[in-house]
Design a protein around this ligand. Structure first.
Ligand code: FAD
Ligand code: FES
Ligand code: FES
Length: 479
């Protein structure tokens, strides 16, 4: 057997090649200027670093939780086709440990001397600002929309304004839609977007591998390190000053985790594919996903949030989890010791406890395609950008006699874990879907869960929703 010698840092040569790919200083391009990040605290948010260390106070702090959009900046990235794109993201959620190798623009970079950028000018011309606190965030969201040619409400749905009222801001967006975009220094920069998978050095001992093999080798070397992807869950914890393990392994640049493969039987979604990509590239493939994604956070969050992170957090109110349950999805996981496949029904064990072993990484999720009738519902206090009171996803197929040949009823927000209503599914299977069956199923559904009461809704309200959403589904989709 060949024995590999270890170097002074205790690593074998092959493992060293995998996990120590570069020794250059961690660098960030900020407003078209290169900045050395060697001394930054990786757990400090980009927002606080911009304001406190760079004195760029145009980017504002409102909520610090990803909800208000006051901290919006633009990340210059390449999309799946390799085209440069500006992505609006919340600086309050992005830890500096993820920023090496990135290219960031803040509101300070937009004007050219006295000459405002067209999106700034549109806000001025439409009287889109009063106190101005929210304005830099709106401007940066519109800026990203400007270079994508998109000015729908979705572009600014993650930005809150307390005093102007939204009409004048929407007018600014509408006027931009009519404008002919001339080439400028920002459109030129799109050609120079960082290449996906470039291997950056990272500050503070965080790691940013670009291949799956590197990520797994790093985890084997540092078993206590934690995965971090889009940071839309972990970023909230960081922003609130909650401690994280000293070392993080960022998987948001791992090439294999960005694959999205669609064939006639199933779709394989890489764990680090941002949800905004699912919105566009899977549009029309899964009707229930099309219905759920518009209710899932706002554009800035969806530009970073991932399916791997939703499964990693395993929150009982993770909105994509009932969808995965209803679709009989399979989670592909891997560690240095090998690969496993976990049916998603069985993945959730207890409150935020899963079948994932500590050394395992979620690599992808395979979702079977079917012609069954499907729909998703999310009930929350606000229409957009709010946490679910109850989420439900239904998949149902009938035979020629209207007998139920396949049924999945999956819920979030009504138990410690997202869970299917197995007893009710069993009751329904093989029955004719008539009004008696529906009302008996609704009665059973009311008994299936014992939800908690909290400030969002009482247990009784949640139980009522579990039943009435199913009745609504049958009424809207099947009758
Ligand atoms: C303003 C706001 C609104 C939100 N709205 C919604 C909403 O409507 N619905 C909803 O469900 N959620 C919502 N979220 C929560 C969050 O966006 C989602 O849970 C998202 O899917 C997390 O993905 P991420 O990549 O950002 O995870 P991260 O924050 O990077 O990680 C979350 C957890 O998953 C683990 N993890 C990440 N990737 C992997 C992997 N590949 N393998 C193993 N473990 C992994 C991490 O270690 C961590 O424990 C919202 C968050 C914010 C800030
Ligand atoms: S400060 Fe509110 S979204 Fe970042
Ligand atoms: S202009 Fe004051 S909050 Fe929007």
């Amino acid at each position: 057997m060949a024995i590999e010698s270890r170097s002074g840092d205790g690593l074998t040569a092959s493992r060293r090649a995998l996990i120590v790919p570069t020794m250059t200083a961690p660098m960030l391009r900020l407003n078209q200027r290169a900045i050395d990040l060697s001394e930054v605290d990786p757990a400090e948010s980009l927002l606080r670093w911009l304001r406190r260390r760079q004195h760029l106070t145009g980017t504002k702090e409102g909520c610090g939780d990803g909800d208000c959009g006051a901290c919006t900046v633009a990340l210059l990235e390449r999309d799946a086709q390799g085209r440069g794109r500006y992505r609006a993201v919340n600086a309050c959620l992005l830890p500096m440990g993820l920023m090496a190798g990135r290219d960031v623009l803040t509101v300070e970079a937009l004007a050219d001397g006295e000459q405002l950028h067209p999106v700034q000018q549109a806000m001025v011309d439409s009287a889109g600002s009063q106190c101005g606190y929210c304005t830099p965030g709106f401007v940066m969201s519109l800026f990203a929309g400007y270079y994508d040619g998109e000015f729908s409400d979705h572009v600014i749905e993650g930005n809150l304004c307390r005093c102007t009222g939204y009409q004048s801001i929407r007018r600014a967006a509408a006027s931009l839609a009519l404008l002919r975009r001339e080439p400028d220094r920002f459109s030129d920069s799109l050609q120079r977007a960082p290449e996906a998978g470039d291997e950056p050095a990272t500050p503070g001992g965080w790691q940013a591998p670009s291949t799956l093999a590197q990520a797994l080798a790093l985890k084997a070397e540092h078993p206590r390190a934690q995965w971090i992807a889009g940071a839309t869950d972990l970023g909230v914890a960081l922003s609130r000053g909650l401690p994280l393990p000293g070392q993080m392994i960022a998987v948001d640049r791992v090439r294999e985790l960005h694959q999205l493969q669609i064939d006639e039987h199933s779709v394989r979604i890489g764990a680090a594919v941002p949800l905004s990509r699912l919105e566009t590239e899977l549009a029309g493939v899964f009707p229930a996903l099309d219905q759920m994604l518009p209710w899932f956070a706002a554009r800035q969050v969806k530009n970073r949030a991932t399916l791997g992170g939703n499964l990693g957090s395993a929150s009982p109110i993770g909105d994509l989890l009932p969808w995965l349950l209803a679709q009989d999805a399979v989670v592909e996981v891997q560690s240095a010791a090998g690969a496993r496949e976990l049916p998603v029904d069985g993945y959730f064990l207890d409150y935020r406890k899963t079948a994932l072993r500590p050394d395992e990484l979620i690599v992808a999720v395979r979702v079977p395609r079917s012609c069954a009738i499907q729909a998703a519902y999310k009930v929350a206090k606000r229409q957009t950008d709010d946490i679910s009171i109850v989420a439900a996803v239904y998949v149902l197929a009938l035979d020629d006699q209207r007998r139920i040949s396949h049924v999945r009823l999956a819920y979030g927000g009504v138990a410690a874990i997202p869970r299917r209503a197995l007893a009710v599914e069993q009751y329904l299977h093989g029955r004719v879907l008539d009004p008696d069956t529906v009302s008996a199923a609704c009665e059973l559904l009311r008994q299936e869960y014992t939800p908690l009461s909290d400030h969002r809704g009482s247990a009784d309200y949640r139980r009522a929703l579990v039943a009435s959403l199913f009745a609504k589904f049958v009424e809207e989709q099947v009758s």
